[in-house]
Design a protein around this ligand. Structure first.
Ligand SMILES: *Cc1c(COP(=O)(O)O)cnc(C)c1O
Length: 232
């Protein structure tokens, strides 16, 4: 099941790249394994997946303890400052940095460990009320501030577009994120390199790729629907 799903997601990535003349190797597939058991992750692993995304710190740490050490973990969920100390040094990239205070905490904890942490700034492009992330107007200010923090590198931007039935509706949001990253890059700020655009989920990753995504975060299309057991 999981391996067939991965094959079909990879075919779609390949097709989307073909549609817009991109190299399929320029898009990283992050398999979002939140609320899915380690056995399923191992199925994906055995099929060649090495990058997994998790939303909850506890779950991420537990899985990273018991699964192979060559897995690259991506923190994609909302991160509280009091949990930063557990995550720093354990993940390849924190996608969901949404305040300067959080960035400072990641910086301080990284300094203590003598490492540099890679982060993305999460942007709430559609301005959805209940979503985390900077609004598009405040990203530039954040970027300027982050450049003075020596133990983090801002590697790009991340967004979660609204849930829609027609992915075309999200194209404009992906365009906005891409334009933002181009504007930021032009400023040549220390510690800031807009290498990554983390955008696109099960419902809209093909459109996101056409608009320049370098990382797509795909859960349901690989592991099936999640069972929130009544909580959401
Ligand atoms: C759960 C989640 C995903 C994966 O969503 P699917 O629709 O299952 O592909 C991607 N990004 C974030 C931030 C998530 O929380």
């Amino acid at each position: 099941m999981v391996s067939e799903n991965i094959e079909s997601v990879k075919r779609n990535i390949y097709e989307a790249c073909n549609n817009c003349g991109r190299d399929p190797d320029s898009v990283k597939l992050i398999a979002v394994s939140k609320m899915k058991p380690s056995e399923m992750i191992m199925e994906a692993y055995d099929h060649g997946c090495r990058s997994f995304g998790e939303n909850y710190v506890q779950e991420l740490l537990q899985k990273s303890d018991e699964l192979p050490p060559d897995i690259e973990w991506h923190m994609i969920g909302h991160l509280q400052r009091n949990k930063v100390k557990y995550v720093v040094g354990r993940v390849a990239l924190i996608h969901s940095v949404d305040t300067l205070r959080l960035a400072k905490e990641i910086n301080d904890r990284s300094a203590v460990k003598g490492i540099t942490s890679e982060i993305l700034a999460e942007v709430n492009v559609a301005g959805e009320e209940k979503k985390y992330g900077f609004d598009t107007d405040s990203v530039m200010g954040f970027v300027q501030e982050v450049s003075s923090l020596k133990n983090i590198v801002l590697n790009g931007l991340m967004t979660s577009a609204p849930y829609v039935t027609d992915p075309e509706e999200n194209r404009r949001f992906f365009k906005i994120l891409r334009e933002l990253s181009v504007d930021i890059d032009k400023k040549n700020i220390d510690n800031v390199k807009m290498r990554e655009l983390s955008m696109g989920m099960t419902g809209d990753y093909k459109v996101a790729i056409e608009e320049g995504a370098t990382m797509v975060r795909v859960g349901t299309a690989i592991f099936g629907a999640r069972d929130y057991g009544g909580i959401s």
